[in-house]
Design a protein around this ligand. Structure first.
Ligand code: MG
Length: 368
C-alpha cells in the first residue's frame, strides 16, 4: 500500500461545535479568498463507470466534458468491478463517448484479483479460472497457466462474472475448493461480489450470486478484490502513483465504503444508483466527503459546512438544517437543492442518530 498517512482519512469538517464527531465529511475551510473545489489539491481523479460516466451504452449528461476538463490538470483513471470486459474494451467504449482513455487508464477488478493471486501462489502456477476474457487475459498476462478443470490440481481458483458462466464452471470451482478433495484449502479469489449487474435489458444476477452458489457447495468464502474491498483502490493508487487521490462513485455500499476503507476521499454523484434518500441515511462507514448533483460541480466552489455551537444545526451556503428532538427541521432552504441536501446530511450525520428514528421532511428526499 502506498497511501501516505496524511491521506488515510477523508477530510474533516469545519468544526465550531461537535462536528468532529462526523466521520469523513466536508473539506476543511481554507483562507476565504481561495476558491476550493472538490479537485483542489488532488493529483489523481479516479472514477467509477456505471452511473458516473455512462448508463448503459450512453454517457451521463455533463460527465464527459467535466472529466475532460479535469484531465487538463490532474491524472484521471477509471475503476470498474466489471470482470467481463478487458481494460482495452472499456477504454474503447470510453473513447467512443468522447474521453481520451488508454487501456492503462482503466483499473479492473480482474487486475486487482490477479495482484492478490500473485501474493498467494508461486509464479507460473496453474489456476482454475471461472469467468470470461477479461479475467483470463489478466491471469495469462501475469504468467499463470489457465485451466478450466479441477482435475488439473489447480493452485488456486479465481472467479469473475461473464455472461456464459454456467453450472459446469461453478461445479469445477466447487470440486477444486472442496474440503474433502485433493486441493482442499487452496486460495479462492473473487473479482467482486456485486449481487446485481445492470445490462441493456435490465438488472441481472451479478458475480455475488455465482460466488454464493460455490460458497453453498464448499462452505467457505473467497478473498474479494473489487469494491467495496480496498484491493482495487490500492491497485489504482500504485499504478498512478497517487498521493492525493479523489474517487467518484454513485453507490454508497460499494464505491463510498470502498474508498473510505482505502483512505481515499470520495465524491457521491447523484447520477446513478444512490440519491438524496440514501445519502441522508448513509451509515458512518459509507459517507462521502463531497455530494455532487452532477460532475460539473467538480469545477465549482464547494461551500464549507458550518455547525452551530451545539452541533445541532448545519449550514451550507445559506441552507440550514437542524435536529430538534426527533425532527429534522429545514430552518433555511438556501438554494433548495444540493446545498440543502449537504446541510441535511451534515446535521443528520453529526447527530449520531440513525435516520429511522428521525422525522425527515419529504422535500429533503427531492433535494439535489
Ligand atoms: Mg457505479
Amino acid at each position: 500500500m502506498r497511501i501516505p498517512p496524511s491521506r488515510r482519512k477523508p477530510p474533516r469538517p469545519t468544526s465550531t461545535g461537535t462536528a468532529d464527531a462526523v466521520a469523513g465529511f466536508f473539506r476543511k475551510a481554507t483562507v476565504s479568498a481561495d476558491i476550493v473545489t472538490p479537485l483542489t489539491g488532488v493529483d489523481v481523479l479516479l472514477a467509477d463507470l456505471d452511473g458516473v460516466v455512462y448508463a448503459g451504452p450512453a454517457a451521463i449528461p455533463f460527465a464527459v466534458e467535466s472529466l475532460n476538463r479535469a484531465a487538463e490538470t490532474v491524472r484521471v483513471g477509471y475503476i470498474t468491478n466489471n470482470a467481463s470486459r478487458t481494460d482495452q474494451s472499456v477504454a474503447n467504449h470510453l473513447t467512443e463517448l468522447g474521453l481520451t482513455v488508454g487501456a492503462t487508464d482503466v483499473v479492473t477488478s480482474p487486475q486487482a484479483a490477479v495482484r492478490l493471486l500473485a501474493g498467494e501462489v508461486p509464479a507460473g502456477a496453474r489456476i482454475l479460472v471461472v469467468g470470461g476474457e477479461g479475467l483470463v487475459s489478466e491471469v495469462e498476462k501475469a504468467g499463470f497457466v489457465v485451466t478450466r478443470s479441477a482435475d488439473d490440481n489447480p493452485a488456486a481458483v479465481i472467479q469473475g462474472f461473464a455472461p456464459d458462466v454456467g453450472w459446469a464452471h461453478l461445479a469445477e470451482a466447487s470440486f477444486a475448493l472442496s474440503p474433502d478433495g485433493p486441493t482442499a484449502g487452496i486460495p479462492w479469489i473473487a473479482t467482486n461480489t456485486d449481487w446485481t449487474i445492470p445490462v441493456a435489458r435490465g438488472i441481472a444476477p451479478g458475480n455475488g450470486t455465482l460466488v454464493s452458489a460455490v460458497h453453498t457447495a464448499v462452505g467457505r468464502l473467497p478473498i474479494v478484490a473489487g469494491k467495496p474491498e480496498a484491493a482495487i483502490f490500492v491497485e489504482a493508487i500504485n499504478r498512478f502513483g497517487a498521493s492525493t487521490a479523489l474517487f467518484i462513485g454513485d453507490r454508497l455500499d460499494t464505491d463510498i465504503l470502498g474508498a473510505n476503507r482505502a483512505g481515499i476521499p470520495a465524491v457521491l454523484v447523484l447520477t446513478g444508483i444512490d440519491k438524496a434518500k440514501q445519502a441522508l441515511a448513509a451509515d458512518a462507514d459509507s459517507r462521502p466527503a463531497f455530494l455532487l448533483t452532477d460532475l460539473r460541480q467538480l469545477h465549482e466552489p464547494y461551500p464549507e459546512t458550518v455547525f452551530s455551537k451545539d452541533g445541532a444545526t448545519a449550514t451550507v451556503a445559506g441552507a440550514s438544517v437542524s435536529i430538534r428532538g426527533n425532527t429534522v427541521e429545514i430552518t433555511n432552504d438556501g438554494d433548495g437543492g444540493i446545498n440543502l441536501l449537504r446541510a441535511a446530511c451534515a446535521a443528520i450525520w453529526n447527530s449520531g442518530r440513525p435516520i429511522y428514528g428521525l422525522n425527515v421532511p419529504e422535500r429533503l428526499y427531492a433535494a439535489q
